[in-house]
Structures are given as C-alpha cells and as structure tokens.
Design a protein around this ligand. Structure first.
Ligand code: FES
Ligand code: FES
Length: 151
C-alpha cells in the first residue's frame, strides 16, 4: 500500500492505495465519492468521468497512484453550493431517466461550458459523444446544455 494525497472537491484527502487500484474504486470505496459510476470499466461509457486538474478523464482507466498530489473534482464538488444552472436545466428538460449516465454527462458538459460557454449544437454533441445513455435518446440532454449555452 502507498499513501497518496488527492485534493478532492477542494479538500486535501490522504488515502492508502494498492499500486494497481484504479481511481474510480478509490473515489467510490475509500473516499466516499459515489457520483462516478462503474459502467463498462474499460473507457467506453463515460459513466466514471471526473475532472482531473479541470480536465475530464475516465477514472476507470487511471491508477489512483497516478493522481497523487493532484486535483479531482466530482459531481459532489460541482454542486457543493447547491444545484448548478446546468443541473437545473437538466431537471427542467427531464434529461435523465435512470440517471446512471448523469454524473458523467454533467462532468463532460461542465468542462465544455467552462472552455466554450456558447458551443454550437454540434460542439455539444461532440463533447458528450463519449458518454453513453441507454435511456433518453440524447435529445433532452443536448437541449438542456443548449439552453445554458444561449445565456
Ligand atoms: Fe469508465 Fe465506462 S466505467 S468509461
Ligand atoms: Fe439512463 Fe442515461 S438516463 S443511462
């Protein structure tokens, strides 16, 4: 076991990890951040997305020891001060049904809107292309992001 530190949602946390432990498992099982979901566990579905130093990554593909000393933000951190305008827009548009994809979608859309506050519809589609949703057909998700991008 190796002790690492992660600035998780603004708070420095220390945790012991195995050399082969993936970040997703450490976040969920050892640090209590349950929003990243375990879907495919091979980088295909985007359900496990988190922000690493502000950039969206798939936490199932990263070893926890690789992020020693770095910053991770999950959905819990994004909504620390209450629902964000993006999350409120998702609710207004009934964007999710089962909700399994919601954390990853929100991370991808948050990254997009931070870097490009007024994306085109095609840019929105491209930004969430790596996030699979089995329920909604994507339209209501895209519309919710589009609404925020027009403000
Ligand atoms: Fe990580 Fe699917 S669980 S991409
Ligand atoms: Fe069910 Fe997206 S709402 S997977």
């Amino acid at each position: 076991m190796q002790k690492i530190s992660i600035k998780l949602n603004g708070e420095v946390r220390y945790v012991y990890v195995e050399p082969n432990e993936v970040l997703l498992d450490v976040l969920r099982d050892k640090l209590g951040a349950k929003s990243p979901k375990s879907g495919c566990e091979r980088g295909d579905c985007g359900a496990c997305a988190v922000l690493l130093n502000g950039k969206s990554v798939r936490s199932c593909l990263i070893l926890a020891i690789e992020v020693d000393g770095q910053e991770i933000d999950t959905l819990e951190g994004l909504s620390q001060g209450g629902l964000t305008p993006l999350q409120e827009s998702f609710i207004r548009h009934n964007s999710f049904q089962c909700g399994f994809c919601a954390p990853g979608m929100t991370i991808s859309a948050t990254e997009l809107l931070k870097n490009n506050p007024h994306p085109t519809r095609d840019e929105i589609k491209e930004a969430i292309a790596g996030n699979l949703c089995r329920c909604t057909g994507y339209e209501s998700i895209i519309e919710a992001i589009e609404e925020i991008s027009k403000k």
